[in-house]
Design a protein around this ligand. Structure first.
Ligand SMILES: [Cu+2]
Length: 154
């Protein structure tokens, strides 16, 4: 009668099933968490050094890795009107500028400044703010070091 106890494989199958029932959703949850973490990591705002600049038209001095640097606007920014952004930083090799609003996605407003002998220049055109706000934040990236410079548009 011992031959009848051939249902061992079935017992194994039953043991494997509950495990798979837990493992599959668990892996799915882990994958979703990993995607969420990666998304947050990519979208996280990099810490920026605040630059006090009460009058960008006159130009503002700041310190970049111990060396003097300067930022200047050719005119008070007005939405849809191009102005010139000039950054003087003899130490820097690559400078980019990003224009955003605190707590509001203003779209992709990134400019790579072109070098011109220690000075970096770009023509910038700001979009219209649907909320009618005028408070902007200029994020300057000098070789990976970020600076945050608040300013107002007209
Ligand atoms: Cu806005």
């Amino acid at each position: 009668m011992k031959r009848l106890r051939q249902d061992r494989p079935q017992g194994e199958r039953q043991a494997a099933h509950p495990l798979r029932a837990v493992a599959v959703p668990l892996l799915l949850v882990i994958a979703l968490v990993a995607i969420a973490v990666a998304g947050w990591w990519l979208k996280r705002p990099a810490t920026a050094i605040a630059v006090n600049c009460p009058d960008p038209l006159a130009g503002c001095a700041f310190s970049h890795r111990g060396a003097p640097a300067r930022v200047r606007f050719s005119m008070q920014p007005l939405p849809l009107e191009a102005f010139e952004l000039t950054v003087t930083a003899p130490q820097a090799t690559k400078i980019s500028a990003e224009f955003q609003m605190v707590g509001m996605d203003m779209g992709f407003n990134r400019y790579d400044l072109r070098p011109a002998g220690g000075t970096f220049i770009s023509s910038v055109t700001l979009p219209v703010c649907v909320s009618g706000r005028h408070d902007w934040m200029l994020y300057l990236d000098l070789d990976g070091t970020r600076y945050a410079l608040p300013f107002s548009s007209r």
